[in-house]
Design a protein around this ligand. Sequence first.
Ligand SMILES: *Cc1c(COP(=O)(O)O)cnc(C)c1O
Length: 801
Amino acid sequence: MFSNKEEFKQSFIKKLEMTYGKSFEETSNEDRFQTLGQMVREHISENWIRTNELYRSSKTKQIYYFSIEFLLGRLLSSNLLNLGITGVAKDGLEELGISLAEIEEVEADAGLGNGGLGRLAACFLDSLAALNLPGHGSGIRYKHGLFEQKIVDGFQVELPEQWLRYGHVWEVRKSDLAVEVPFWGKVESYMENGRLNFRHVEAENVMAVPYDMPVVGYNTETVNTLRLWSAEPSPFPIHSDVLQYKKETETITEFLYPDDTHDEGKILRLKQQYFLVSASLHSIIRSFKKKFSHIGDLPEKIGIHINDTHPVLAIPELMRILMDEEKLGWEEAWDITVRTISYTNHTTLSEALEKWPIRIFKPLLPRIYLIVEEINERFCRHLWEQYPGDWRRIEDMAVIAHDQVKMAHIAIAGSFSVNGVAALHTEILKTREMKQFYEVFPEKFNNKTNGITHRRWLLKSNPELTQLINESIGDDWIKNPILLSELEAFRDDHSFAAKLMWIKQQKKQALAKRIEQQSGIKLNLDSIFDVQVKRLHAYKRQLLNVFHIIYLYNRIKEDSSFQPYPRTFIFGAKASPGYYYAKKIIKLINSTAELVNKDPKVNKYVQVVFLENYRVSLAEQIFPAADVSEQISTAGKEASGTGNMKFMMNGAITLGTLDGANVEILERVGDENMFIFGLKAEEVMRYYLNGDYRAREYYHHDKRIRQVVDQLVNGFFPNSFGQFEAIHDSLLAENDQYFVLRDFASYADAHEKVAEAYLDRDRWMKMSIINIAQSGYFTSDRTIQEYAEEIWNIDKVKMLH
Ligand SMILES: *Cc1c(COP(=O)(O)O)cnc(C)c1O
């Protein structure tokens, strides 16, 4: 089908006309997308079957990556790329008068995630397959992914996302592999052969139906599987009200929770979590038992990785299977469980640490709760032996305390590996947030700095830059991105710099065109494109960015001799629908944009754009067009960040705090190739410990700050009366928890340095080249290689011919 252009064209037209029963000319882009998608899936199927056969017959260890989110984005272009058939498809379609790019635009993003955590899971799948590693994803097939964002009158409005409206061409429903997941009911004990056994009775069963998606490796025959579970009513409900039961069941996988930074204490969320792990473990153990006879061999053959604490119930659920179904004793079951499970921590924000009230947990999952209680008791006893009499410590570390189940504590006690996602984050875990656990289990803690798949975030999103790199250093770097460092040889090469600048300009033009089409704003293409795209959260400090923009506005208005280098500030961010404060910040950005953009005196120097509905497919157009990458979180708060890596790989220069992976970017590029500002993590910590930060002092002593803070509430923003009081309060009345005022001066200075550096274009291009050259370390292939060697202990598989 894809071996050459002619054959491709013929099969495409034939399939298109046969499927839709109209002539080729009459078919729509939707028809064409579906047809091409089906052809690609058929093309994948042979290797998918072969990979699965290999996994069934070989005895090598398999990894299952459990994640409540997979933020996949579009898959047509990445599948074409990984299969090496982009050229055939593009050229063939072109001869038929069809643009591949236009067809790609038809595909809905699979937006089954909030942000960084879900996108990391998607990048990891891509890397596992590319590296021929036997690793699969386990997740939930939400009927609606993250909400679609509209901006109406400057406010965020949320619409239900509809990625399945026209079906999903990449998924295969496997009805025959459905399993039952029990909720509610009660636990009965009984004696059998002199052993006390437990069983879960009178449960309300929900049917979990798997939908499999192929995960195609780049330039290899490996096709792994992402299995997403959908909740459906069981064919044999015990429920008396069948309609009610059906509705409750389908609700389980209806929506993705639109928040990744708060512990969502909702019973439905706990249902989702158990649904995911119970269904996944059921099918994993089933296939394990077909291949192996000793359940004790599980840890040698299966690894289960839990992405943050959402899938933590995998630990008590595996215990349940081993004890209640496999009839092992506690000690043996625990040993197997701990050796099977590994855990990644994603945050140090205490409001994000998941806790479940017993009154919710216990009735919903009665057998699992009993096991958690036993885990708690044994764990506390173990602690007592190590710290006799230290009640305080035991209470802090217990799995159940104050009528709550602490998911992170189960994760640490019940796994053999606990990793942070950037060097600084892991250090903070060990020395602060999880210090007491580190003291008990030092051997479990390790760091795996996050990464991004360079295939999507460079090859796919920036083919022009990819080609320039290939022309300069060959294409070995694509298999081994650390070789991008060979670009260092071009740091002073004017011809390379000129080409790089031209590409950046093309990408800025393309983004500007899209912005003009959508919002009518015409951007100055000679301005610095200064970009902050990420979830809206107080700790990420979009507020600091807007503050600086309002300050620039004020200065331009007041001082006509102030003529700063033109800048375009671009934002993209979704706020969780219930996060009142974050939504106010969105409104503030939009109110500022309105003021700035329509003021002829100001808009020569400053423009502000808020891009609606930030998501993976939009992100792919943004990173290549950025000059400056805003990574300005309060130090110590951003576990890693991955947006920072995507910008860097596309030649943007980071303006950031020493937080998350920014620290490691700095280590690689040096401080002459990055703009670092603000408090360091230890300084932030010291303020918290001593309680001696006084936001008001910064308000009183810096008149730039005072002016902007006052403008929030003094009628400066037309038609926004009373709108920004909550922001004003957070800064003064609540003493500015995220140190926006404290870091303002340092941030404004850094911005001046950015403009100065940009004026010297040779210097800027050199910085850009060095950033690209040093970005290879941040490929998720490196990250996954480290997980494979240092945590999972798995080997590459080789397809036999
Ligand atoms: C990479 C990415 C993120 C994570 O961005 P951070 O800046 O690391 O928070 C969030 N959303 C999307 C769509 C992304 O592609």
